[in-house]
Design a protein around this ligand. Structure first.
Ligand SMILES: [Zn+2]
Length: 139
């Protein structure tokens, strides 16, 4: 239902003219057909968001992605190159890139852990360090 501004009569929402006075000015429609259903409130215009705008995709975001991919690929091959590359790339991406900081952090952590494990395994295999140095607490 909607109320005529001229005479105050209730009119059907689909009415173009008031059935009582013939006026064409109505208040905003409201519903009496479905109790509990409120007419939608007018949405105030959103003020422009000041502060830091979402940064565009930049070159350092490429480093983030490169770092993460390198950390994963390095788990399978050429870790001695890929994991350090992943760490450097992830650090650059984390601090200089505007996006994907979580991905950068993940890439760095994966690369760091993989690098340490592989480094100590390599040192052990080269008889630089003893077995005691690479044993884990749980075995
Ligand atoms: Zn009217």
């Amino acid at each position: 239902m909607k109320k005529c501004i001229n005479c105050g009569a209730d009119n059907k929402n689909e009415n173009t003219f008031c059935s009582t006075c013939g006026g064409s000015n109505f208040e905003s429609p409201y519903s009496t057909d479905a109790p509990g259903v409120q007419p939608p409130l007018p949405v105030p215009p959103q003020p422009p968001v000041y502060g830091e705008p979402r940064k565009p995709f930049g070159i350092f975001d490429v480093f983030t992605i490169l770092g993460f991919v390198s950390s994963i690929v390095g788990l399978m091959c050429i870790w001695v190159v890929l994991e350090p590359l992943a760490m450097v790339s992830s650090i650059l991406g984390f601090f200089k890139g505007g996006r994907y900081k979580g991905l950068a952090a993940a890439g760095f952590v994966i690369a760091l852990i993989a690098f340490i494990i592989q480094l100590f395994t390599a040192l052990y295999n080269g008889n630089v360090i003893g077995k005691w140095a690479i044993e884990g607490v749980l075995h």
